[in-house]
Design a protein around this ligand. Structure first.
Ligand SMILES: [Zn+2]
Length: 165
């Protein structure tokens, strides 16, 4: 029987909306997942949704509540993935349309940007998706992000390329 770590169980629960989906994401049978989730005291089937279960059953906060500002410290990475999954944001750069998968890890080089630079302002109107390039081009200087010299040179080269067209 597959051994599941607590962090993996918690992660799977946070990434999905039901215990069955979480089990599937973990790649184990539902009963196995349930056993470990109960062992770690994080088992929270959707039937008990809305009923606080003390310190144990932690259910993911609704996106609508996050947009409404009820959880300003919610993880930006998690928020981005949930916005993708629940259809609030398109899986592409809102500036250049970049939507290719990075072959190395099959993830898209996209990040969630807070338009007013306030990471606690999680209003959907303040959120947009940017690829890494656009993020650094548009926000790098303003946010005082350290950009390695070789990237600066690359940006300059890319800039020259576009300006000569
Ligand atoms: Zn872009």
């Amino acid at each position: 029987m597959a051994k599941l770590s607590k962090s993996k169980v918690v992660w799977a629960i946070n990434e999905t909306r039901s215990m069955k989906q979480a089990a599937k994401l973990s790649g184990v049978a539902y009963n196995t997942f349930k056993k470990y989730a109960k062992l770690y005291e994080v088992f929270a089937p959707s039937e008990t949704k809305g009923i606080p279960r003390g310190t144990g059953g932690k259910k993911p906060i609704e996106l609508a509540d996050i947009f409404a500002g009820k959880n300003p410290s919610y993880s930006t990475t998690k928020l981005l993935h949930r916005c993708f999954r629940e259809g609030y944001l398109a899986e592409e750069c809102s500036n250049c349309g970049e939507d290719r998968y990075r072959p190395s890890d099959m993830s898209k080089p996209l990040m969630l940007d807070y338009m007013d630079d306030d990471a606690t302002n999680k209003d959907i109107a303040n959120l947009r998706v940017l690829c890494f390039n656009c993020f650094y081009l548009m926000k790098g200087q303003r946010l005082d992000v350290k950009i390695p010299q070789n990237v600066k040179q690359l940006q300059k080269a890319v800039g020259n390329l576009f300006s000569s067209e």
